[in-house]
Design a protein around this ligand. Structure first.
Ligand SMILES: [Zn+2]
Length: 202
């Protein structure tokens, strides 16, 4: 695939990246299996959602499980963070992989699904986004790294994007396994979101 102005969204098949895919309709969705425990579940959701959205979908496997920490690899919490799913340099790694994959394909924009509540992670802050964008532009001067929902919470993003329930129902956000465990922060956030949206509809 070689084109111009190719916009790529890092697509885990979770609520946030699905809402952005629906709202922004990027040229490519990229799902990375980097060795995370829920990779099979993420890929299954991502493939199905990409089909429903009728968007081009690419998959990339780069196993970094031996370098991971926390819930996503079934290991103890990362030393630098108080958050159970933190994985050192995870977003930096995934954004770099996307830049590497599409560097020769007319890449113009890398979109990520960071939301305001991701500020608990060092790589989920506006400062990180600004710096990773500058870093990518050292090598690819015209490429933007954007997180369109960085100032919204997930509920606001779902509402703003007008993500239909049929798509929301296929999203997958567990941190620990390929079938929702119902106990991790990812599953809990999904349950809270559903309750919140259900209350609004009443
Ligand atoms: Zn879970």
């Amino acid at each position: 695939m070689v084109g111009a102005d190719v916009r790529v969204l890092l697509f885990s098949g979770g609520v946030e990246s699905t809402a952005l895919a629906f709202q922004h309709r990027p040229d490519r969705l990229l799902t990375v299996d980097y060795g995370q425990a829920p990779a099979v579940g993420e890929l299954r959701a991502a493939r199905h959602l990409a089909g429903l959205l009728d968007l081009g979908h690419d998959e990339l496997a780069v196993d970094a499980a031996h370098l991971g920490s926390g819930d996503l690899v079934g290991k103890p919490k990362a030393g630098h963070s108080e958050v159970s799913e933190a994985w050192p340099f995870r977003n930096q790694f995934l954004i770099t992989l996307a830049a590497m994959k599409y560097a020769n394909c007319g890449l113009s924009e890398i979109l990520i699904g960071t939301v305001a509540t991701d500020r608990v992670h060092a790589d989920g802050t506006p400062g990180f986004l600004e710096r990773i964008g500058a870093l990518i532009r050292c090598e690819l001067p015209s490429v933007l790294v954007r997180a369109p929902a960085i100032h919204m919470n997930t509920e606001e993003l779902v509402r703003t994007s007008k993500l239909p329930d049929e798509l929301l129902g296929w999203t997958f956000s567990c941190h620990r396994a390929s079938v929702a465990c119902g106990q991790c922060r990812g599953c809990n956030k999904t349950l809270e979101l559903r309750e919140c949206l259900a209350r609004e509809e009443q």
